[in-house]
Design a protein around this ligand. Structure first.
Ligand SMILES: C[S@@+](CC[C@H](N)C(=O)[O-])C[C@H]1O[C@@H](n2cnc3c(N)ncnc32)[C@H](O)[C@@H]1O
Length: 390
């Protein structure tokens, strides 16, 4: 993090105020913008931007004016930069965004400001990309028609795809145990989307639900589930197909868990749209919370987007932090992409309130975006593309 000393900050402020004084060569507009942002000088940042300074400029280390303004704690400078088109999700060479700069400097109000902006921008982008996606083939079509293999080994084994990526891993067992307890809290009828290694299904069975439905799309995973006797267990209905093709004939349920593979946030969003019909009032929904897990700020942004969208559908969402250490190198041996790096897992509990759609808790949706948000929304495409559910 760029934690400047007080004297350095004073120098930066001086450069911003007096570009010619004592300088051999006058600093560029962008250097002055950097300096003004670091000094937290909101009016000057706004003036420099109006005069044409480039808001998306960066140092050799990838540090942007937005990161410096975030660290300085100036809400005015941050707002001016965002409205001028600064990208909220730009990362420095260490992978830190303006969000991490704000949180590193304990500027909680700036963290909230950035979070609000990012969520609004991404909500808008979501509605645009959904419109563009209509009629397209399944995003994980290749995975669903390729081979998979179950491997025994470190931390409970794993399920691998043809590319050497892990579809599911045994280290997630404590997470699945927790999710199962959440969705089975009221007993009744339970739905699990995505069998994988059947870990959560094993835990669901320990809660003795009235009925237990499983949807699995991959033919070989389905065969594996049958080989383990899941197609013959009393009270269990194992369905082969994509949830998109079978879910409209099902429900309602008292508990639902969603955990697929190779799909994107937008697919999960589509599933969420089904919840008012699928989940009984008082029912509980939970999902594998692997949204944008490479960076804590992105993870927070997508968690908040999910919370708002679910709120609009009548579900009240809370996240319970659960320490999750999956850092041992041995766990990831032979896995092409380490998909979990965060030290904490935020377990979602989403409660369906009253009648479906009645108690909309969301205060933000794409229809309420400020006029300046579209530019940032379009620029956020890279971050949105990274938001795989797994
Ligand atoms: C991460 S695994 C689920 C792991 C599971 N929660 C467990 O405890 O073992 C994801 C599963 O979702 C399946 N899947 C992927 N896309 C799907 C879809 N559209 N509908 C249903 N299942 C899908 C995959 O084949 C895979 O078996």
């Amino acid at each position: 993090m760029a934690q400047g000393q007080p004297e350095e900050r004073q120098d930066a402020a001086d450069i911003a105020q007096h570009p010619q004084d004592g300088a051999e060569e006058a600093p560029s507009a962008e250097e002055r913008l950097m300096a003004a942002a670091a000094a937290g000088d909101g009016p000057l940042v706004a003036q420099l931007l109006r005069d044409g300074a480039e808001p998306a400029c960066e140092t050799e280390e990838g540090i942007t004016p937005l990161m410096l303004a975030a660290e300085s704690g100036s809400a005015e400078a941050v707002q001016a930069l965002l409205e001028a088109g600064a990208t909220w999700h730009a990362q420095d060479r260490d992978g830190h965004t303006a969000g991490e700069y704000a949180s590193g400097a304990k500027q909680r109000h700036i963290l909230q400001q950035l979070l609000d902006w990012a969520v609004r921008a991404e909500l808008l982008l979501g509605t645009i990309s959904r419109r563009e996606r209509e009629g397209e083939p399944p995003v994980n079509r290749d995975y669903l028609s390729s081979s998979i293999r179950y491997e025994e080994g470190e931390a409970g084994g794993k399920l691998m795809d043809e590319q050497g990526e892990a579809v599911m891993m045994g280290w997630e067992t404590p997470l699945m145990e927790r999710h199962a307890a959440i969705i089975c809290a009221s007993g009744g009828d339970v739905l699990n989307v995505g069998f994988g290694m059947g870990i959560i299904d094993g835990f669901i069975q320990t809660h003795k639900p009235r009925s237990h439905t499983i949807i699995e799309a991959h033919p070989d995973v389905y065969k594996y589930a049958c080989s383990q006797g899941w197609d013959k267990k009393p009270g269990v209905r194992l369905l082969h197909g994509r949830w998109q093709d079978v879910v409209d004939e099902l429900g309602p349920f008292d508990g639902i868990f969603f955990d697929t593979y190779g799909e994107y946030y937008e697919d999960m969003h589509d599933f969420h749209e089904k919840l008012p019909k699928l989940l009984r009032p008082g029912g509980v929904y939970s999902f594998f919370n692997g949204l944008a897990p490479d960076n804590m700020f992105f993870h927070l942004v997508y968690g908040e987007i999910a919370r708002l969208e679910l709120g609009r559908l009548g579900l009240e969402t809370s996240y319970a932090p659960m320490p999750m250490d999956a850092s041992a190198a041995k766990i990831w041996e032979g896995v092409a992409n380490r998909y979990w790096r965060l030290p904490v897992y935020f377990v979602p509990t989403c409660l369906m309130k009253g009648l479906a759609g009645e108690a909309a808790a969301a205060t933000t949706d794409a229809g309420q975006l400020p006029a300046a948000a579209p530019a940032a929304g379009a620029a956020a495409a890279a971050a949105a593309a990274a938001a795989c559910t797994r």
